[in-house]
Design a protein around this ligand. Structure first.
Ligand SMILES: [Fe+2]
Ligand SMILES: [Fe+2]
Length: 276
């Protein structure tokens, strides 16, 4: 059972005067990555082939991710009636394939590792939609982001609970877990988001330039974040690794993350400015 349906969104409250065009660029890209969740569901089904409980949970999870995509896509078409989600998504699918679609075992080396990587993604998405809900003045997007963020927090809990179960069996060490976590965070600068930003926002004949596209996406996404959004995500990341999510380590990690995000944001801003 999904926790909400597209019809629960108060679409009639849409206020075009309150649309921030910078956020529209992000929503279009996010819509495509979310909609692509169905491919990840297929992969998880193969990785956890003999675990029917988890496979059923992964199927429900991917249905929710696809709904995130469809809802964001519908909002983006309200905000920009010239934009067509189906066309943009077809273009994305034609040019981007999840690199792990053919894998039969986790590309993270273990099921625990796979679930830690999923926890990283859900820490990222829950903070992202929380930040977007706070950043937008447009009431429908605000409502959508709150619904999606609540799902993403639940998704984190889902993967975290299964990860704890596998960790007892696979016993991978804390340094290994840190490597998997930081590796997955670093992958956010790969093609998945960058190419979605390109397909959502660039003209059909514009060449794909990874550096430009990821900078365009990240500079805007990082501008939405406030300290508390990132701090909460940092606590979740520590928890997924198996480190204390509160206390001295957390405080230092949250401040370091904030410093690092601001440095990255300035770097991406320079790339965007140089291209303009
Ligand atoms: Fe999502
Ligand atoms: Fe999610």
């Amino acid at each position: 059972m999904k926790h909400w349906r597209m019809d629960d969104v108060p679409w009639d409250q849409f206020d075009p005067a309150k649309v921030d065009p910078e956020l529209v660029l992000l929503v279009k890209a996010a819509a495509m990555v979310e909609r692509n969740g169905v491919d990840y569901g297929t992969y998880l089904n193969r990785v956890f082939i003999d675990d029917p409980d988890f496979r059923a949970a992964a199927d429900r999870w991917s249905v929710e991710e696809v709904q995130h995509g469809d809802t964001l896509g519908r909002w983006a078409m309200l905000a920009d009636p010239a934009w067509n989600f189906e066309h943009a998504f077809a273009r994305y699918k034609a040019g981007y394939h999840l690199p792990l679609l053919e894998a039969n075992a986790s590309v993270r080396g273990s099921r625990t590792g796979e679930l830690i990587a999923r926890c990283m993604v859900e820490s990222g998405t829950s903070s992202y939609y929380s930040a977007m809900a706070d950043a937008t003045e447009e009431p429908v997007l605000k409502a959508i982001c709150r619904l999606i963020a609540a799902d993403e927090f639940r998704h984190f809990k889902l993967f975290y609970d299964h990860m704890k179960r596998y960790l007892k069996r696979e016993r991978i060490g804390v340094w290994h877990r840190i490597r998997i976590a930081t590796g997955r965070i670093g992958e956010s600068e790969d093609d998945e988001l960058a190419y979605a930003f390109h397909c959502g926002n660039q003209a059909q004949d514009a060449p794909y330039e990874h550096r430009q596209a990821i900078a365009g996406y990240m500079s805007r996404a990082m501008t939405m974040y406030r300290y508390h959004h990132l701090a909460r995500a940092t606590g979740m990341i520590l928890k997924a690794i198996g480190l204390p999510p509160r206390g001295r380590l957390y405080e230092v990690a949250a401040r370091l993350s904030w410093w690092f995000m601001n440095r990255q944001r300035r770097k991406f801003n320079r790339v965007v400015a140089a291209a303009a």
